[in-house]
Design a protein around this ligand. Structure first.
Ligand SMILES: *[C@@H]1O[C@H](CO)[C@@H](O)[C@H](O)[C@H]1NC(C)=O
Ligand SMILES: *[C@@H]1O[C@H](CO)[C@@H](O)[C@H](O)[C@H]1NC(C)=O
Ligand SMILES: *[C@@H]1O[C@H](CO)[C@@H](O)[C@H](O)[C@H]1NC(C)=O
Ligand SMILES: *[C@@H]1O[C@H](CO)[C@@H](O)[C@H](O)[C@H]1NC(C)=O
Length: 291
């Protein structure tokens, strides 16, 4: 089990705030080959270390004033900006990943929560364009659980024109006699058929809605895998999809299952109609082709 030392190391570097965190890594199909079930098992074995990491991380959260750009608090806030950009501007051909935090600042805002001000580099992954952006993330405080509020100015990244590609894909999905469906994107070996990539990107954008809504100062969400996605028949111009996703929450090292119903069309973008967290279960974390 050569994986064990690796996982311990990953957890411990989390404690001190690793400069090596690469939040965009999980969006790269080659970056997470077959580590998913193992990670879950190892997490149970090293449960103690994970708890330790969590406590340390919560202390970190109180960090106020200038932040270390490579430590968790700045990284987590920056991740929320990435999810926000995907929910606003993401498409099968436009996907935001974050490259780097240059600087960050956190402050308490009387009664309303905590505000992070960040200078980050955001990458549009498909065109491989990077831009330095200013962003602000407010994590609301209070009884009611409300999502983080985000503002970000990345004008150059929004200008990337993907209209023609989107229209062509839309027509292809719309006119095909059979409804699309796929499983395990990417598969256990990190592989994916090229014509499945736009569908996978759509699912990542949809899952950013969940990750934006679920994120707090104490979380760091990444998309781990699309377990399956099914196109549903519709009567209007919106294409409709049902998908089952696995999210990786890196602070708790949990794999969390969600079921999403969303629509897409080039003019309307991705709209999530329903999101439902599925009960935690150990067996369903293993893809069926595990041996
Ligand atoms: C993305 O762009 C950077 C800098 O322009 C380059 O170094 C890198 O190789 C590119 N990556 C891909 C996957 O094309
Ligand atoms: C239509 O769907 C089938 C089954 O999913 C697929 O094999 C075929 O390539 C699709 N055709 C187009 C034009 O996308
Ligand atoms: C976000 O989560 C809250 C609960 O935490 C829920 O009430 C709300 O409906 C969710 N938002 C969306 C868009 O589903
Ligand atoms: C999708 O994947 C989940 C998790 O592996 C599974 O429970 C569910 O039955 C699958 N649904 C379909 C339609 O294949």
């Amino acid at each position: 089990m050569s994986l064990r030392p690796f996982v311990v190391l990953a957890v411990l570097t989390g404690v001190i705030g690793s400069p090596n965190i690469r939040p965009e890594a999980e969006v790269d199909p080659s970056a997470h080959p077959n580590s998913l079930p193992e990670t879950v098992e190892e997490t149970e074995i090293f449960g103690q270390q994970v708890v330790l990491a969590k406590e340390e991380v919560e202390e970190d959260v109180m960090a106020t004033g200038e932040l270390n750009p490579s430590h968790y608090p700045a990284q987590r806030a920056a991740k929320v900006v990435q999810h926000y950009l995907n929910t606003r501007y993401g498409s099968p051909y436009r996907l935001y990943g974050q490259q780097m935090v240059h600087s960050g600042n956190a402050e308490d805002v009387a009664d309303s929560g905590r505000k992070y001000q960040l200078e980050i580099s955001v990458q549009e992954m498909i065109s491989n364009t990077t831009e330095k952006c200013s962003a602000e993330v407010l994590f609301p405080r209070g009884e009611q659980q409300r999502s983080a509020q985000v503002q970000a100015s990345c004008e150059e990244l929004l200008k990337i024109n993907t209209k023609d590609q989107e229209e062509a894909l839309y027509q292809q999905y719309k006119t095909n006699q059979s409804l699309l469906s796929a499983q395990h994107l990417p598969d256990r070996c990190g592989h994916m058929e090229p014509d499945m990539k736009p569908l996978w990107h759509l699912c990542i954008v949809a899952s950013s809605f969940v990750m934006l809504n679920e994120s707090t100062e104490n979380t760091l969400y990444n998309m781990a895998q699309v377990a399956n996605i099914t196109q549903l028949a519709t009567e209007n111009d919106q294409l409709k999809f049902d998908c089952h996703i696995l999210l990786h929450e890196m602070v708790s090292q949990e794999i969390i299952h969600w079921k999403l119903l969303f629509t897409w069309s080039p003019p309307e973008g991705v709209k999530v109609l329903q999101m439902e967290q599925l009960p935690h279960c150990h067996h369903c974390e293993k893809p069926p082709n595990t041996n």
